[in-house]
Design a binder for this molecule. Structure first.
Ligand SMILES: *[C@@H]1O[C@H](CO)[C@@H](O)[C@H](O)[C@H]1NC(C)=O
Length: 305
């Protein structure tokens, strides 16, 4: 929408100045002819050019990015990287969900200085689920979903908006947000550096998803990474029971189990040039080495890292 609007504005400006130049050459005052498209009467700017009001556009649908996060040495660095990306995306609302029994001071301080609309939630993962081999961040993603539903359920439809699960260890191209912004129900795209391959992607034929290029369990109904799809707010609201399941959900099946509840493969909307462009990468920050941290003779001041 904004591209269209801007384009039209530019055409109108050009047309207007051409007409004015022609009028000056003809030595006649500028006037509107019957049947001619009227230019808006606007105040003249100091540079002598007319100032046109910005064309009225429908507002962009907001993007809700749900990010589960947990305390670790690289947490603040990862969140900073993410904020630097998200700050450049129009109408993005960041829903940060801490795996903790209370909001941490570090994340609270971070959120107030992040420079974009943020909602800061927290919910601890029950201890029995904190085992290797079990899916992670289930409770945090569900808390984000619950917050979104609560905020919108009493408002009349249509509720424009797009939901996206943005883990804090990935790298996101700004183009990705332009792509997902037009999601009508559920949109999908490739994810780079995942599943032991350069990329995984939905296989698209004639504009429809017909299968999955993946190195791992291609038999999954939706063989896609958490970073590979977005869902419209309307779909989230009209499927109030769709959540990430603990019971019966194996690791790596979370995405598929969730998408099964809200859509079908036939309905998926391929983005990123029919799923031929990688706009998000599953980067993993290297585990930091803190082996030289002193036990005694600590620094004289305490610094948040
Ligand atoms: C995707 O493929 C469909 C069908 O082949 C085509 O009509 C459409 O233009 C393609 N979209 C893009 C963005 O290339």
């Amino acid at each position: 929408w904004p591209e269209e609007g801007r384009g039209e504005d530019q055409r109108r400006r050009k047309g207007g100045s051409r007409r004015r130049r022609a009028a000056r050459r003809a030595g006649s005052p500028r006037r509107d002819w019957p049947g001619e498209e009227r230019e808006p009467q606007a105040p003249w700017a100091p540079d002598g050019l007319p100032h046109y009001p910005a064309p009225r556009q429908p507002p962009l649908p907001p993007i809700y990015a749900i990010t589960p996060t947990y305390s670790r040495p690289v947490q603040k660095a990862e969140l900073t990287r993410l904020a630097n990306t998200f700050r450049q995306v129009a109408r993005l609302h960041w829903v940060l969900v801490e795996d903790a029994t209370r909001r941490s001071e570090l994340v609270s301080r971070f959120v107030t200085r992040a420079g974009l609309p943020c909602t800061h939630l927290h919910i601890p993962t029950p201890r029995r689920y904190k085992r290797p081999g079990l899916p992670r961040a289930t409770e945090q993603r569900n808390a984000g979903l619950a917050w979104l539903r609560q905020r919108h359920q009493h408002l009349p439809p249509p509720q424009p908006g797009v939901l996206f699960f943005a883990d804090d260890d990935n790298t996101y191209s700004l183009e990705l947000f332009e792509e997902m912004r037009t999601t009508r129900k559920v949109s999908v795209w490739p994810v780079g550096l995942v599943g032991g391959r350069w990329y995984e992607r939905p296989v698209v034929e004639n504009g429809k998803v017909v299968g999955w290029y993946t190195g791992w369990r291609a038999d999954r109904p939706f063989a896609i990474d958490m970073a590979g799809f977005a869902v419209s707010l309307q779909v989230i609201l009209s499927n109030p029971k769709a959540v990430f399941k603990r019971r019966g959900s194996q690791p790596g099946m979370q995405e598929s189990d969730f998408l099964k509840q809200i859509t079908t493969v036939e309905e998926l909307e391929p983005k990123a040039n029919n799923c031929t462009k990688v706009l998000v990468w599953h980067t993993r920050t290297e585990k930091v080495n803190l082996g030289n941290e002193p036990k005694y003779h600590l620094d004289t001041i305490k610094i948040e890292v």
